[in-house]
Write a protein that binds this ligand. Structure first.
Ligand SMILES: Nc1ncnc2c1ncn2[C@@H]1O[C@H](COP(=O)(O)OP(=O)(O)OP(=O)(O)O)[C@@H](O)[C@H]1O
Ligand SMILES: [Mg+2]
Length: 338
């Protein structure tokens, strides 16, 4: 069903994305070591990831890193890994043989410290007994104190574990690139080749087609579709969010308001400067000089060039804006309320 807010895992529930699925499946079948699946929030990365793994049908381990906090420790990382391995039933026999791993019923326990601790590189070497896709959803969250350890292990597997394909997604694309550091001489992954698949927005026609299909599946009339497309054009997650609430009886204005509040809530972790920059861009300010003037006006103070540069760079790395425009118009609207 299209009008379902959970990430999709069956091809029949996923609208379009045929090309991307084909490309991902071929790349996995060819045994490429590293794939990045990128795109802004709500564009469908987790859905495309899950449908791909489902269609592929082989063994996969899916780590959901969204919950990792900035200063996560090994215990947090291993807890996510433990959940992921527990779901990979086809790996139980392989895992049961590994020092530092115990399979208890349906749960795979991992030792994250002490003498019998299992390192990531060790674990990957064992997983290599099967053809496995190790999927890391929101991999940019792995930045932080353990980032070298994780990258060293991925680099090791890249070189030695020919049966493993890493499939990384990231909604903060610049941060994901920073984490991997394939262009950074100091990174263990420097110079490694990877395949990148970027999910882009739907055209207006596709947006309408998806909603009409979703509406017809639940027996709802088509009226409202055009207005919803007008307000939420292009980003499937917003279209589904809005369409679902609309068929449940909310008005378009109510739905818009809910979306804006959600977007606003997602921006609350930004710094004061970042918020000011977004606010200025939301007001239509374009170009470095104009944004600087606007921020200075807001603060009634001069603002240092380097501080402003850092804020702009971070916002770009988080895929919130590019070239002084919002990548998601809902965030653009919400920024006015910051
Ligand atoms: N092609 C699609 N067809 C149908 N539904 C979709 C499609 N793409 C995304 N969705 C829906 O949009 C929402 C967001 O999708 P998903 O969680 O896969 O995106 P995401 O890029 O992983 O988002 P996030 O960055 O927030 O993790 C979900 O409700 C999902 O069901
Ligand atoms: Mg996701």
């Amino acid at each position: 069903m299209i009008l379902d807010e959970r990430p999709k895992n069956r091809r029949e529930d996923l609208f379009d994305r045929e090309k991307e699925l084909e490309l991902l499946l071929n790349t996995i079948r060819e045994g490429k070591p590293l794939i990045l699946l990128t795109g802004i929030r709500r564009i469908g990365k987790t859905s495309v990831l899950q449908v791909t793994l489902n269609e592929w049908g082989g063994v996969s381990v899916v780590m959901d890193c969204r919950k990792l906090k900035e200063n996560y420790g090994r215990k947090d990382l291993y807890s996510i890994l433990s959940d992921a391995l527990s779901k990979a039933e086809k790996l139980r026999d392989v895992l049961a043989k590994v020092r530092g791993i115990s399979v208890v019923g349906n749960y795979v326990e991992l030792k994250w410290g002490g003498e019998r601790y299992v390192s990531l590189a060790d674990l990957f070497d064992h997983l290599n007994e099967r053809k496995v896709v190790v999927a890391i959803d929101e991999a940019q969250k792995l930045r932080g104190p353990l980032s070298s350890e994780v990258k060293d292990a991925i680099a090791h597997a890249y070189d030695y574990d020919r049966n493993i394909t890493f499939l990384l997604t990231g909604s903060e694309v610049g941060l994901l690139r920073d984490f991997l550091g394939v262009d950074d001489e100091g990174s263990p992954l420097f110079g490694r080749h990877y395949v990148e698949i970027e999910l882009s927005r739907f055209t207006r026609e596709k947006s309408g087609e998806m909603l009409r299909k979703g509406f017809s599946e639940v027996g709802a009339k088509e009226e409202g579709v055009e207005e919803l497309v007008e307000a939420f054009d292009g980003i499937p997650g917003w279209l589904i969010f809005a369409g679902l609430r609309y068929v449940q009886g909310k008005s378009i204005d109510e739905v818009k308001d809910l979306a804006l509040r959600l977007a606003l809530n997602e921006m609350k972790g930004l710094t004061k400067r970042e918020k000011e920059v977004l606010k200025c861009i939301g007001k239509g300010r374009k170009g470095w000089k104009s944004v600087k003037e606007c921020v200075e006006e807001m603060e009634k103070s001069t603002v240092s060039t380097s501080v402003l540069d850092r804020a702009l760079r971070n916002l770009e790395k988080m895929s919130l804006m590019s070239d002084y425009s919002f990548l998601d118009p809902i965030y653009g609207e919400a920024s006015k309320m910051l």
